[in-house]
Design a protein around this ligand. Structure first.
Ligand SMILES: NC(=O)C1=CN([C@@H]2O[C@H](COP(=O)(O)OP(=O)(O)OC[C@H]3O[C@@H](n4cnc5c(N)ncnc54)[C@H](O)[C@@H]3O)[C@@H](O)[C@H]2O)C=CC1
Ligand SMILES: O=C(O)[C@@H]1CCC=N1
Length: 274
């Protein structure tokens, strides 16, 4: 998906190319990415002209990324930041790490003498791999419009992009859209298992559960209606869907469970800050 201006995406230093970094990279490669460097010990399948560095000391000194994307686990931040700090003097850092705050990341860079570092946060999700991601960003007042535009350009290449004005909202965003694909995949898993429990052959249960989740998602994406309206259109009074929803929508069932689950994820994001 390309909402930004035409032409290649700018050269990046992508630090960490696992599930999330790899998903974004897949989308960026599909959209045309200027020669970039990927820092990851475990990737050797990056196509030319892009380069892989196994450790920070292997990074080419003359490489001038337009943006540094930090996509290692939050627990690795303290190890990684000093190692890439020399590039952060000239390029903003875009962190996708859950929980880690702009203040904390900036302080880590400043502690190794990188005074001019600008850190912007983004919370993407794995559908970015197919251009269907949802990314929410936060930039501190020190970030320039050009730096924000650069982030929007890059992230809109892998899906939809929104910005929040309050950094604290990033924890709720993480709980809803960052972690959210896992909730949807769990739904597909559970529907498949329940279909098997009702006597369906495993292959058919898998096929109809997956297609139902993906088809409903595609309908939601294309519709202007609220999700609740689309739900009502499936639900005949006194019919089969109603029988299921009476269980799922009981106040102590999905409404309470989803609220508690998202609160737990947001709480965990806050804990990861330190
Ligand atoms: N997985 C997801 O759906 C999402 C993850 N995130 C964030 O993305 C970040 C990465 O998460 P995942 O991709 O799930 O983890 P992951 O473990 O799949 O990827 C991390 C990558 O970092 C690499 N790495 C570890 N230490 C390194 C080092 N010292 N130098 C260079 N590379 C190193 C690993 O080899 C690995 O490929 C996390 O901070 C997470 O909060 C954000 C949104 C969604
Ligand atoms: O589970 C996690 O911590 C990361 C952040 C959002 C999705 N995965």
């Amino acid at each position: 998906m390309t909402d930004g201006p035409a032409g290649p995406l700018p050269p990046l230093l992508l630090v960490g190319c696992g599930q999330m970094g790899g998903a974004m990279l897949a989308g960026w490669l599909a959209d045309g990415l200027a020669p970039s460097v990927i820092l990851d010990r475990h990737r050797d399948d990056i196509p030319a002209p892009h380069k892989v560095a196994r450790q920070a000391s292997d990074l080419p000194d003359d490489f001038a990324p337009a943006l540094i994307v930090l996509a290692t686990k939050p627990q690795k931040a303290a190890e990684i930041l000093p190692a890439i700090a020399r590039f952060a003097r000239h390029a903003p850092v875009l962190s996708v790490m859950a929980g880690k705050t702009v203040g904390g990341l900036t302080a880590s860079l400043e502690s190794v003498g990188t005074e001019a570092a600008v850190v912007i946060r983004a919370m993407p999700n794995t559908p970015s791999a197919i251009g269907q991601g949802m990314t929410v960003c936060y930039a501190p007042p020190a970030a320039t419009e050009a730096q924000r535009a650069l982030c929007t350009r890059l992230l809109s290449a892998v899906g939809d992009v929104a910005w929040v004005a309050e950094e604290a909202q990033m924890d709720a965003v993480t709980a809803v859209s960052g972690s959210g694909p896992a909730y949807v995949f769990l739904l597909a898993e559970l529907m498949e298992q329940a279909g098997i429990a009702q006597g369906l052959p495993a292959g058919l249960a898998r096929r109809i559960a997956r297609r139902t989740v993906s088809g409903a998602g595609a309908l939601l994406a294309q519709s202007e209606s609220d999700a609740a309206d689309l739900r009502r259109r499936v639900t005949s009074p006194g019919g089969t869907t109603q029988a299921a929803l009476d269980i799922l929508m009981a106040p102590t069932a999905w409404p309470a469970t989803m609220e508690a689950a998202i609160a737990a994820a947001a709480r965990r994001a806050r804990e990861l800050a330190s």
